[in-house]
Design a protein around this ligand. Structure first.
Ligand code: UDX
Length: 423
């Protein structure tokens, strides 16, 4: 069954939602407040890197099932279901800033068709469904929460093959209508109340961040006792109660979701009178992880960064995206620069501008004349890098691999001293 859908906001969540729903056969109108973006998307040009998304946008536009308009009001006219996919950035006090959600809700309130369902996909504090309801102020419109669990870099696959679909509503009828949109997707659907749906989203991200911080802490223990993190992960990950996923040690977690959602959950708990000390500890230990990586680079350079040239592989917060929001790579580079180093950076997709940093066009070019190399993002091209080429270009053959992507025997064969994480 084909449904008429509007999507407000064309970031990676909104555009993925719109393009995937069009792919599933629905008629989708996506709206954004950025005229240049709308014009580009109408010609099926996607302004950011997300594997498979441009193809789906082209497919939807060509089939006439996907169109783009300026402003929410123009999109919702005639839509049965309206998705809010606007950002919820972090406010100064760590809480989620709801101003985009409120503005989007306000912009569509008058033009929504009678009986429309407004579906909130933005990550919003518990209780926000009722905030949106109050702004829309229409008895004939229902607000439902339907959190997203899309990872950047695999958002399309995560949308089309989700582990579960969560729908939060007090209205069984609205819940059924949202669930029906996903009927051709093979995934369990959990229909619950709005507060539980909103909590599920925060709890999932906070748990995953905790899992990574835990493994980073165990990596520090491995270094202290001479154990190997790779074997420790295999050993604990094969326990089905723990599971093998999200146990890769690294420079700390980052990106557009974990940092802001963990802080927002601490703030939500605080407002409810609960001090979420565990999660505050996870956030603090993530910042420490950046410091530990900087200390490794300092150690590689013999104690001081002043006047050193450091080659940096990776700027994106993880492989498969050009996103540098809250990227641990950038946080670490900023400390290297602040301590007096010059950085020669290479990333296959991401770009940043900093005084003291030059961005070059290849991994080997970054190593040219550098005193050390630090690997910060796990791009697959680094796995097969020409390590002999690295060794001949570095002034001193020392590498800090914060993602454990380089092969220790291959590095040793190339004459490189390799400092990894947890081994
Ligand atoms: C995350 C959630 O996974 C997704 O469900 C949610 O809706 C949005 O936030 P994303 O931010 O795209 O997705 O990235 P994710 O793949 O989850 O990685 C987050 C951070 O954790 C990255 O910095 C990544 O490098 C790091 N990470 C992840 C590790 O350090 N180790 C791991 O094992 C996994």
């Amino acid at each position: 069954m084909s449904t008429s859908v509007a999507v407000i906001g064309t970031g990676y969540v909104g555009l993925t939602t719109g393009a995937c729903l069009a792919h599933l056969g629905h008629r989708v109108t996506c709206a954004d407040i950025d005229a240049a973006k709308v014009a580009a998307l109408a010609e099926a040009r996607v302004p950011f890197y997300e594997p498979g998304l441009a193809e789906l946008v082209r497919e939807g536009v060509a089939a006439g099932r996907l169109r783009f308009v300026l402003g929410g009001a123009a999109a919702v006219d005639g839509a049965d279901l309206v998705f809010l996919c606007v950002p919820t950035p972090q406010a100064d006090d760590g809480s989620a800033d709801l101003s985009y959600v409120e503005a989007a809700a306000g912009s569509i309130a008058a033009t929504l068709r009678p009986g429309a369902v407004v579906v909130n996909k933005s990550t919003v504090p518990v209780g926000s469904a009722s905030v949106v309801e109050r702004i829309i102020a229409r008895d004939d419109v229902t607000v439902v929460s339907n959190p997203e669990f899309l990872r950047e870099g695999s958002a399309v696959a995560d949308f089309l093959r989700p582990d579960r679909v969560i729908i939060g509503t007090e209205s069984a009828e609205a819940g059924r209508r949202v669930a029906a949109l996903y009927h051709s997707i093979d995934a369990p659907v959990l229909i619950t109340d709005p507060a539980s749906a909103e909590t599920i989203k925060y709890a999932a991200n906070a748990f995953l961040a905790t899992k990574i911080s835990f493994v980073n802490a165990i990596a520090a223990v491995c270094e202290a006792v001479g154990a190997d993190i790779g074997d420790v992960i295999r050993g604990i990950g094969s326990d089905r109660r723990i599971g093998p996923d999200f146990l890769r040690p690294g420079p700390g977690w980052g990106g557009s979701c974990f940092p802001k959602d963990t802080r927002a959950l601490v703030s939500i708990a605080e407002q409810g009178g609960y001090d979420f000390r565990l999660l505050r500890g996870v956030i603090a230990s993530n910042a420490e992880q950046h410091d530990r990586m900087v200390a490794k680079v300092r150690q590689a350079l013999g104690g001081s960064l002043r006047g050193a040239t450091v080659a940096a592989w990776g700027l994106a917060f993880k492989a498969g995206t050009d996103d540098v929001r809250d990227s641990p790579a950038v946080a670490i580079i900023d400390v290297l620069l602040a301590e007096g180093a010059t950085v020669r950076a290479y990333d296959p997709q991401a770009v940043i501008a900093r005084q003291g940093l030059v961005q070059v066009g290849s991994a080997l070019a970054a190593c040219e004349g550098a005193d050390a190399l630090v690997v910060l993002t796990e791009w697959s091209e680094f796995l097969g890098a020409d390590l002999d080429g690295v060794a001949t270009r570095l002034r001193t053959p020392v590498v800090v691999d914060t993602r454990n992507v380089l092969d220790p025997p291959a590095a040793a064969a190339a004459g490189l001293t390799l400092l990894g994480v947890g081994r």
